[in-house]
Design a protein. Structure first.
Length: 293
């Protein structure tokens, strides 16, 4: 099953694609995912004539606009789960402990890096703008496979997430991590939540990032999730240890594609992230203008 949502005159409508049929869900998508995971019937009526594929390319048709597929009460991130992230993050002039950068240490440590990332009101969906903070000159997209969890840490589905990060702020001092990671428009996900039965093995998915600038590909990079060193189950185990999470929490599993200092996002760029079996998440980029009081 795949879940998506549209906005119609300010109201959210949830849909599921199940056995090639589009169903208008009668309940919150998180509840529908839980029912589906328990092999219970998904409640809703079959819909005809909704061209969701056109919505994926145009974002808006008439008064229908695609949006994020659910409202996660919490979004958490896992860091340095791929060797490439360890290398690229360590290139900055960062703190060392006993001769190793903090990123090299966490890569080898038993305990993973788990950080708070967002709440639903900070997240955007397909076709909606991700944001460069007004005080950042170097912001990067981080294309990641993310999992939607129930309150016991069971995986309800998978999605594409962009863990947009103000890299200069974290590089200045890692204690600034929350400011580099958490702000309005720093988290994009969608266009779908795809259930585990359609994903199969999550460790054999291709992730591709493209930054489009003035209509041309400005940056492109790819990785396969087989390269993930810190497995998803291990990340979840640490996330939920002594830390109650609500149903619908999202955990994003880390990036392996880290464009360099000269590849930071600019206002007007478009970021495209594709993950096999899920689709492509497309988001324009805007630079926030600080409002002086
Ligand atoms: O502190 C570093 C964050 C790392 C991260 O977000 C990632 O590896 O994806
Ligand atoms: Mg990340």
């Amino acid at each position: 099953m795949k879940i998506f949502r549209v906005l119609k005159r300010g109201y959210c409508i949830s849909y599921a694609i199940l056995d090639n049929n589009v169903i208008r869900l009668d309940e919150d998508p998180i509840k529908a995912l839980i029912r589906y995971s328990e092999n219970k019937e998904v409640l809703g009526d079959k819909v005809v004539g909704l061209n969701y594929e056109e919505l994926l390319t145009k974002f808006q048709i008439g008064d229908l606009r695609i949006t994020k597929p659910l409202d996660p009460p919490e979004v958490w991130g896992s860091g340095i789960s791929y060797e490439m992230a360890r290398e690229r993050y360590s290139e900055e002039n960062v703190a060392k402990i006993m001769g190793k950068t903090i990123y090299e240490r966490v890569y080898d440590a038993v305990r993973p890096e788990i950080f708070f990332k967002a709440t639903s009101n900070r997240c955007v969906g397909h076709g909606e703008a991700i944001v460069i903070r007004s005080d950042s000159e170097w912001t990067l997209p981080e294309p990641e496979l993310a999992v939607v969890l129930d309150s016991s840490g069971r995986i309800l589905g998978y999605t594409i997430m962009d863990d947009v990060s103000a890299r200069d702020i974290e590089a200045d001092n890692p204690l600034y991590l929350p400011q580099s990671k958490i702000y309005y428009g720093s988290c994009a996900f969608g266009p779908f939540i795809v259930t585990s039965d359609e994903i199969g093995n999550p460790y054999n998915l291709d992730i591709t990032l493209r930054i489009i600038r003035e209509g041309k590909v400005f940056y492109e990079g790819s990785v396969n999730t087989s390269k993930m060193r810190r497995k998803i189950e291990e990340q979840i185990e640490y996330l939920i240890r002594d830390n109650p999470i609500p149903d619908g929490t999202i955990l994003t599993t880390g990036t392996a594609i880290v464009p360099g200092r000269d590849k930071g996002l600019k206002h007007g760029d478009v970021v495209e992230i594709s993950i096999s079996k899920i689709g492509t998440l497309i988001t324009p980029v805007i630079k926030s203008e600080r409002k002086l009081k």
